[in-house]
Design a protein. Structure first.
Lengths: 74, 168
């Protein structure tokens, strides 16, 4: 994990599942839009953390502080 | 027939020199295959996604050497492309078989289905057609597949108009 992403990895973030197979998780911060991009694993790292449409870092392991919530229906 | 023998010999070399847990016959795994059914070997099975990616890179890194060898053996561009594709594609499938989180595997398969129309990534025919649409013809199509089979994507972000922080 790169240092730019380190401060996000230790935060408690609740990610919401989306229908988008390329960007399967989103979360809203106070001043930022956060997305998880799913990459072409194993040729590429599994995930990228995207903050306000800028790729902050790539990573393979889902951070333990992050919670994945199922998609809301209806 | 001669080509099949040559390919098998090259794949056997891949297994011996690669130093990783590689399926011995290099056949496409069945849907019911599990990690436990992987042939036993002295190398540890990768456990984490990072280890699995390293394992995968160890599989595909040998593609340029193998395809170069095939040139000396008189193989056509199509034959070399088929071998390069087979190594990369099967390594992809086995890598996902090794992944501990099956929900992540399903996410990847969904992505591949939407992107390539196939749960396990692009087919050989897909790559041929993709290169044809780029304007390539004949031998150049297969040379492009050989070339792309041994590299990982460096221009991935451009697809989404996303810049890296270091680019700004």
């Amino acid at each position: 994990m790169k240092t730019e992403g380190a401060r996000y990895f230790v935060r408690n973030i609740v990610w919401r599942k989306t229908d988008d197979s390329e960007f399967p998780y989103v979360a809203a911060g106070k001043h930022e839009q956060m997305k998880i991009r799913l990459n072409d694993f194993p040729a590429e790292p599994l995930y990228s953390l995207v903050i306000n449409d800028v790729v902050l870092c790539d990573f393979d392991q889902w951070p333990p502080h992050w919670q994945r919530k199922a998609q809301l229906r209806g | 027939m001669k080509k099949n023998i040559l390919v098998n010999v090259l794949l056997a070399c891949l297994v011996m020199f690669n130093g990783a847990c590689t399926p011995l016959d290099f056949q496409t795994p069945s849907p019911n295959q599990t990690v436990e059914s992987c042939p036993p070997c002295s190398n540890p099975i990768p456990q984490t996604n990072a280890e699995i990616r390293l394992w995968y890179n160890n599989q595909v890194v040998i593609i340029p050497t193998l395809t170069e060898q095939l040139i000396h053996e008189g193989a056509s561009a199509k034959e070399r492309a088929e071998l390069a594709y087979a190594i990369r594609h099967r390594a992809r499938i086995y890598a996902r078989l090794l992944m501990p989180d099956k929900e992540e595997v399903e996410m990847l398969r969904k992505r591949d289905m939407e992107k390539y129309g196939n749960l396990d990534g692009p087919t050989f025919e897909y790559l041929v057609e993709k290169n044809r649409q780029k304007g390539l013809e004949g031998k150049a199509i297969y040379e492009a597949i050989v070339e792309s089979s041994s590299r990982t994507s460096a221009k991935y972000n451009a697809r989404f108009g996303i810049k890296r922080e270091s680019d700004q």
